[in-house]
Every structure is written in C-alpha cells, then in structure tokens.
Design a protein around this ligand. Sequence first.
Ligand SMILES: [Zn+2]
Length: 256
Amino acid sequence: MFKVFRIFVLLVILAVVASTALMQRWQAQSWRRTQVITVYPINLQGDAATQAYIDQLGDQAFADIAPFFQAQARAFGLPLSTPVQVVLGRSMRDLPPPVPTQASVLSAMSWSLKMRWWAWRKTPPSSPVPDVRLYLLYHPGDFNGPLPHSTGLEKGRMGLVHLFASRAQEGPNQVVIAHEALHTFGATDKYDPSTLMPSFPDGYAAPDQQPTLPQDQAELMAGRIPVRPNEARMPASLAQTVVGRRTAEEINWLRR
Ligand SMILES: [Zn+2]
C-alpha cells in the first residue's frame, strides 16, 4: 500500500515537471503577446569604472533590440507587431554560480539547477513581470582578450551574458544580448564551436548570394559575418545582423 502511494506521488511530481516544461516552451513560442526580457546588470570584477558605467546605464543602451526583433519578425510575417520588450531591471551584487569548465552532461545539469535556484532567490522584483531574465555580466571596458562564453538557457528562460562596460561597445553588446535572448526561445547556435566560423547555409545572412563570400551581414545565431573561408568578423551593431530562416523556424516565427 505504502509503495503504491510512493509511486503515485512520484508520478504526480513527474507530471508536474513535464507539464511545466511544456507550458514554458509553449509560452516561449506561441508569440501571442509581447515577451518581456528583463536585463539585470552585474559588476563582475567589482571595479569602480565598471560600477560607474552601470550606474549611468539607461534604456538607450538596449534601445536597438526591440525594434530589431520587430523588423525581423515582420519580414517573416509574424502577426504580433511587438515581439519583445526590453526592460532594464535593478543592478545586482550577487554573482551567479560559475559555469562548469569541463563539459559533462552531469556538471551541466547540476549547474543549470544551481543557476535556477540562484535566480529564484536573488533576482530583484521588477514590473512588468519578466518572461526572460538575462543577467548582464559587465567586464571593465579596457578588459583585454576574449570574454568568457555567454550562456542562454531555454529551460528556465534565462541567460548569462558577458559584456564590456563601455559606451563604444554598446552596438556589439546588443548583438550578444539578442543572441542569448533567442536561445531562451529555442534557437540553436549556427557556428562551428572549434573555429567559431558561421556554418553554411544556416549561419549565413544571405546563403543564396553569389559569390557566397564575403557576406555583408551576420546571422544572429552565428554571431559573425563570414568574409573569407577562414575569417569572420563581429558585427558592429544589430543593423549588420539578421535572423535567418532556420532560426525563425526554431523560434516558431515560421512553420517548418
Ligand atoms: Zn549561442
């Protein structure tokens, strides 16, 4: 009798977990109403210059993102006129759990759980209620070398985004924010992880163009503009970026 009861309880928990995941997926991909993306600035290294940058941050630092998604969605015929709204949330002092360095399934799963637990406890309240929460990890504007990899989680609808605390970098910063945001809607990367080169054809803004290279724009989920067979450059802003056909299918802007 007791065993039957235990199995019943486990089945109920499983059903709740499965239906929550389905609900989240449905909400992320139904595009029935504007999705609120709230961004929370965090001073990763705690230095004064980064703090001064964060203190002066306003909506204008993120102003290109919503119009970009609006124009891209319209090109794919999405009926919803304003797919996303970006809201600047309060800055945070607590750092998120560090992303595991070795890529095992188990460490990724345990990090994803820790990350969601951290987000649940530490995220400051904001209005309107966020659909997607992106934690912006600012590095000093004169930081040398490549930034750590940003991460967008479809499950939990949140992401960690590494950025430069510099006004001059706000164009490329918004490309990275838009890229991680689309991961939370189910989009996948479209570049080769070992070389970072955009994959053909899905990672090209204009795959049918002749000759194929150089391209003028980047596909958002490839993140770079391929210019030569082994060379790609970062787009300066979202104006040099498009959402490709395959990405539009993944986020349910286009029927497959
Ligand atoms: Zn990515």
